[in-house]
Design a binder for this molecule. Structure first.
Ligand code: NIG
Ligand code: FE
Length: 385
């Protein structure tokens, strides 16, 4: 049992107040990796072991529903050039593709393990992981095989950019992505994704990729409207995608489509930060009634951060979110984007994924940007930090 919780974010409206389901002076009882009781500390049942939170804030572990973690090398020089005025383009992805193809399985596995641990130590207890830096049948399949060893939330992103070998034959590459590559990858993937953007895949190509994935039992999610206006968001909604990710350039019709659907708008402020671009307008989406998630987009090109706390702070400062909304989006929002009901909340039956802050309130995640506030982390009831 964790007792002495000064402020508890449950994300369960049956407990406490507001969408965060806030409780003060609370306790949480865990059994066999699962939350079994939540309520006022004074009413808690007896328990074998007690952990005193010392009046600090406890919240659900972060759910990072968008990350690209199977890769080798880094792109420091590209970042440096951007910070001297160059702009970001999808073309940089090919630099990481070359480094990733050249790496051994053991190297990719060790890199991924390092990022998952790095994220865990900052409170992320569920993380999604995409392929997309292999772009051959063998390299995409091995990326997903390696990813599946670390998370069940694996995403086939063979359609990240057209592979260099197919530079003159993009239609041939789409045939591969929807054919032999999909066959090799589907056994290791839960989701199918496509980068729908100028310089990557257009609306028709994206539709072909997603519908082929769906036919193989994968559920779609889409890199949509990141660098420019385009068809990605409408396509995501039309195909019932779990999420449309980035959502930086949205028309009123795009916002209305998201608001009228179960497709989550996943915002990735690390990408705008690291590409020095204008941030998406979270307020506009929330005002329309869309469900918003916040994630890191952790990757070596556009957003090399694994910190959900950083994303929360930026979303509050730059995207019009309140601290409550941002924390909700980084936990419950991510769970919605991954269609998970067992994570992103602290309620009886949920997996005991918990983040204890070195702070009296979750608001400190935005109020104290850049300060390491992780006091303890449990994943499925196991203390990880
Ligand atoms: O989500 N936009 C496409 N993919 C990544 C960037 C990948 C890269 O630059 O290596 C993203 O931002
Ligand atoms: Fe991404």
């Amino acid at each position: 049992m964790i007792t002495g919780i000064g402020s508890l974010v449950t994300n369960d409206t049956a407990h406490g107040t507001g969408p965060l389901g806030l409780l003060t002076d609370a306790a949480v009882v865990i059994d066999a990796g699962t939350v079994v009781w939540v309520g006022p500390a004074g009413a808690a049942p007896a328990a074998d072991e007690r952990f005193d939170a010392g009046g600090r804030a406890l919240l659900p572990g972060f759910v990072d529903s968008h990350a690209h973690l199977v890769f080798a090398g880094d792109r420091t020089a590209e970042f440096n050039a951007r910070m001297s005025g160059q702009s970001y383009s999808a073309g940089g992805i090919r630099t990481t593709v070359a480094a990733t193809r050249a790496a051994s399985d053991a190297e990719l596995d060790a890199n991924l393990a390092r990022f998952v641990r790095e994220a865990l130590h900052q409170g992320t207890t569920t993380i999604e992981c995409k392929s997309g830096y292999g772009l051959t049948v063998e390299d995409e399949a091995r990326a997903l095989r390696i990813a599946a060893g670390h998370t069940p939330e694996t995403t086939y992103l063979g359609a990240h950019v057209v592979a260099p070998e197919f530079a003159d034959d993009p239609a041939g590459y789409v045939d591969l992505v929807t054919g032999g590559m999909l066959d090799a990858c589907a056994p290791y993937a839960r989701w199918v994704d496509v980068f729908c953007e100028n310089g990557a895949f257009d609306g028709d190509q994206a539709r072909a990729v997603l519908t082929a994935g769906v036919a193989r039992g994968l559920t779609p999610r889409v890199h949509a409207n990141q660098l420019s206006y385009g068809p990605g968001v409408q396509l995501a909604v039309e195909l019932g995608a779990a999420s449309a990710d980035h959502c930086t350039h949205l028309t009123d019709e795009d916002v209305a489509a998201l608001a009228g659907s179960a497709t989550v708008a996943t915002l990735l402020p690390g990408a705008e930060f690291s590409t020095r671009a204008a941030y998406p307008d979270a307020r506009r989406l929330l005002a329309a009634g869309a469900t918003v998630a916040l994630s890191t987009d952790c990757n070596p090109g556009s957003s090399f951060t694994s910190s959900m706390a950083f994303c929360i702070a930026v979303a509050v400062r730059e995207m019009g979110m309140t601290p409550d909304e941002a924390v909700h989006a980084a936990t419950a929002g991510g769970a919605r984007a991954l269609r998970r009901s067992d994570v992103g909340l602290i309620a009886p039956g949920a997996r005991a994924d918990l983040l204890l802050l070195d702070a009296p309130s979750h608001v400190h995640l935005a109020y104290r940007p850049g300060v390491p506030l992780t006091a303890a982390v449990w994943r499925a009831g196991v203390r990880e930090l």
